[in-house]
Design a protein around this ligand. Structure first.
Ligand code: FAD
Ligand code: MLT
Ligand code: ZN
Length: 482
């Protein structure tokens, strides 16, 4: 846990309050409580003050006072992050800065295919605004109704359409950032080409609030697809899923936008715990894929191409059963099965998470090796493998043995093995030249793992950057950087 040398003085807190005005701060424990609790309840922090600035100028002034008084600041978006990065430490000496009032879309430029949005805009609202302008903002993830674009960019979020459109980082043309000394880096340019020296915005994308506070961004938009096809497929095994991906990509002219692997264990949890869900196929199978394709052409050619590719895969024994969504509603129901896995797993007792990536061609070997290894380490443990395998990103979230009580001492004893189980899985990932954090970031949770797996020179460069930009170490200290 990061230590704080002194609690912020009453005088500095009063100065911050006066910057944001009565609507912009609270110390009411009830108001603060949900923002002090990490997504799965693993961390419960404390804060000297919760501030909700309404403008970039207010953020800048708050940070300037924090820098002057040595007060640490924790930026927070929708608080859906999975690494504890948005939760203040337990010592209570930090200011929690929520971007939620900065939720204006400043501009949409359909001809430039860009949208300029403030950090506190909820992702789903940006998707809708783009759609209303007959454009697509493709970032999409299970938490999209709550997470904010500032949080998405700060974690360099992935989600389900990375295969076609890239990570959050790839969707940004310009950024406005409040630096740790309170100055504003004004970079809200909507340029596709700009080679004027270092690409500074990249420093803040994926920095999880440790180098500055993102207040606004110029985001890339895309043509809105005219035809979408969704298929729920039972596949022979993960190796078949990967072969299938290659086939569908070439068979549809690379129209695949999402390709998600779902194990039966994961689907079973969804069917057990999420009301209104039902098995989309007649018989249960061990492995499934949810695939989505999109095309700018509305002539029906995409469905034909997908059906042809699936027929070939069925013949080759890669697919065991398949259903294509006949309506937008059916597609939504299929996606609900996928998006509910994380929620459903919460009902099955403790779960130790691994958000890892390996080369796409190594996904099947990884799942097999990691499953054997964790079962050896904790007999009865239930591997729940699912996720964005089109990007080589597997959520390998292992659940407590089914035979154990899901609360009290057995739950605590299982979760106490978090680091040990992580090490088993991450060693396999490292051997495959993979990543121990594909899309969720490092936050507080994985600082030790980062220190263990990154090379000394990478760590040294990270520390040098942090010291250079944030010499007083006030910007989300104790997170990300070992
Ligand atoms: P927060 O949780 O509030 O913050 C995350 C980090 O960013 C913290 O370190 C915080 O300090 C920092 N931060 C927040 N806002 C700013 C800002 N304006 N400036 C600087 N720093 C800031 N993630 C994926 O990548 N892919 C997925 O598919 C995915 N699916 C999810 C599904 C569910 C059901 C849930 C609950 C989460 C999922 N996540 C996923 C994780 C999470 O939603 C993302 O990491 C998201 O991008 C976090 O956004 P947020 O606004 O909630 O950020
Ligand atoms: C998802 O893709 O649903 C989340 O990123 C996975 C998780 O909960 O680990
Ligand atoms: Zn994910």
């Amino acid at each position: 846990m990061a230590t704080v040398l002194h609690q912020p003085s009453a005088v500095s807190l009063e100065r911050i309050k006066s910057v944001v005005g009565p609507k912009g701060w609270t110390t009411d424990p009830a108001d603060m409580a949900p923002l002090l609790l990490e997504e799965r309840g693993h961390y419960r922090g404390r804060a000297a003050l919760l501030v909700r600035p309404a403008s970039t100028a207010e953020v800048a002034e708050v940070v300037r006072i924090c820098a002057e008084t040595g007060t640490p600041v924790v930026p927070q978006g929708g608080n859906t992050g999975m690494m504890g990065g948005a939760t203040p430490f337990e010592h209570g000496g930090e200011v929690l800065l929520s971007l939620s009032r900065m939720n204006r879309i400043r501009a949409i430029d359909p001809l430039n295919y860009t949208m300029t949005a403030e950090a506190g805009c909820v992702l789903a609202n940006l998707q809708k605004a783009a759609d209303d302008a007959d454009r697509l903002f493709p970032l999409s993830l299970g938490a999209e109704g709550t997470c904010q674009i500032g949080g998405n960019l700060s974690t360099n979020a992935g989600g389900v359409q990375v295969l076609r459109y890239g990570m959050a980082r790839d969707l940004v043309l310009g950024l406005e950032v409040v630096l740790p000394d309170g100055r504003v880096l004004e970079g809200l340019r909507g340029l596709r080409k700009d080679n004027t020296g270092y690409d500074l915005k990249q420093l803040f994308l994926g920095a999880e609030g440790t180098l500055g506070i993102i207040t606004a961004a110029v985001l890339k938009l895309f043509p809105r697809p005219r035809e979408n096809e969704t298929a729920f497929l039972a596949v022979r095994d993960p190796a078949a899923a990967i072969e299938l991906l290659a086939r569908i990509r070439s068979g549809t002219g690379d129209a695949v936008t999402a390709f998600e692997l779902i194990s039966r264990t994961a689907l079973g949890m969804v069917l057990r715990h999420i009301p209104g869900t039902s098995d989309p196929l007649a018989e249960p199978h061990q492995w499934y894929v949810l695939v989505e394709c999109a095309s700018g052409d509305s002539g029906g050619g995409l469905r034909d191409a997908l059906e042809r590719a699936l027929a070939g895969a069925l013949e080759a024994g890669l697919i065991l059963d398949a259903t294509l969504a006949a309506s937008a509603q059916q597609s939504k129901a299929m996606w609900r099965l996928r998006d509910s896995i994380t929620e459903a797993q919460k009902h099955e007792g403790g779960s130790i998470k691994h958000d890892v990536s390996v080369p796409v061609s190594s996904v099947a070997t990884f799942i097999a090796e990691a499953s054997t290894a964790v079962e050896r380490a904790v007999p009865g443990i239930r591997p729940v493998a699912f996720g964005h395998v089109g990007d080589g990103n597997i959520h390998f979230n292992v659940s407590q043995p089914g035979s154990e009580p899901r609360e009290g001492a057995p739950l605590a004893a299982f979760l106490a093995r978090w680091e040990e189980v992580n090490r088993v899985v991450h060693d396999i990932v490292a051997r495959m030249n993979g990543s121990i954090s594909a899309e969720h970031g490092i936050g507080r949770r994985k600082v030790g793992e980062l220190a263990h797996y990154k090379s000394p020179i990478e760590i040294e460069l990270m520390q040098t950057l942090k010291r250079t930009l944030d010499p007083k170490n006030i910007m989300n200290p104790g997170k990300v950087v070992p």
